[in-house]
Design a protein around this ligand. Structure first.
Ligand code: IPD
Length: 272
């Protein structure tokens, strides 16, 4: 099934609507948590990979709303799983940056992407605390609160600000840190903010010049990578550039994308 030029903005509008409703739920739950109300926390792949009752409630709300607004579409979500269908699949991270959320830090988001045949055609990332709403429609642009987004244009690698993230698996984290050790003297600086969707949006806005991380799940990048691409970034998704490692997500301002890619390979990124 294809999607036409008028359908994608409608999908974007639905992504915004459900992401904002979920963000509202998460914002209220955070306010209660900060006044001392306990939040149930469980662990997933490792003891540091957490899921809260709020992640689950946010995904449940998004699924309910999508079932009303787009009956028949498939949903793939971080907490309840699912699979891609023949038509539109909604790819949902109900709280990206759960560790920040748990610590009371503001850097987390609700991410909702619409994909067809595994390709993102529309998406929204909403930051509950700031209220920022990042959106994109494939082939039509990316916006922050309605303002068009454009990536930065750093002239040199040593003036390039690079975002990254680390896996929950301890051994993999050590290999990722080894690459950062090689990289940090050769770029402007490194950022690790804790929510991949927001790192991708930050690259779209020029708040980062590039972002690279291994092991992201589809729900981490479905909306954010489209937002970065539509803002003009060079993007490779997991599986697309094996020289960066089989599951690398790499997003960069086009002015430094090729030299940064080469530097990352020199730093041994394929061993991560
Ligand atoms: C995580 C965040 C983090 C990234 C991890 C993700 P979650 O998502 O995006 O920044 O480094 O790879 O798993 O677990 O908070 O939804």
């Amino acid at each position: 099934m294809g999607v036409n030029e008028t359908e994608s903005p409608q999908l974007r509008d639905i992504a915004v609507r459900v992401a904002e409703e979920a963000a509202d739920l998460v914002r209220r739950a955070r306010a209660a948590m900060l006044t001392g109300e306990p939040v149930q926390v469980d662990t997933k792949s490792t003891e540091t990979d957490v899921v809260t009752a709020v992640d689950r409630a946010s995904e449940r709300l998004i699924r309910e709303r999508l079932a009303e607004l787009r009956p028949g579409d498939e949903v793939l979500g971080e907490e309840e799983g699912g699979a891609a269908g023949d038509g539109v699949t909604w790819v949902v991270d109900p709280i990206d940056g759960t560790v920040n959320f748990l610590y009371g830090a503001p850097g987390f988001a609700v991410s909702v992407g619409a994909q067809i045949d595994g390709v993102s055609v529309a998406g929204a990332v909403v930051e509950p605390v700031s209220g920022r709403c990042w959106t994109a429609v494939r082939g039509q642009g990316a916006w922050l609160d309605g303002r068009p987004l454009h990536v930065s244009s750093p002239p040199r690698l040593d003036l390039t600000l690079v975002g990254t993230g680390f896996a929950y698996d301890a051994e993999r984290r050590a290999r990722q840190a080894a690459v950062v050790l090689e990289l940090v003297p050769r770029v402007r600086d490194i950022r690790r903010a804790g929510a991949a969707s927001l790192d991708l949006c930050a690259t779209a806005a020029g708040w980062l010049d590039a972002y690279v991380e291994h092991g992201l799940h589809r729900w981490d990048w479905a909306a954010g990578a489209l937002i970065a691409a539509e803002a003009g970034a060079t993007v490779s998704l997991p599986g697309e550039d094996p020289e960066l490692g089989a599951d690398a997500t790499f997003v960069a301002a086009s002015s430094i994308a090729q030299p940064l890619r080469a530097l990352l390979i020199e730093c041994g990124i394929d061993q991560v």
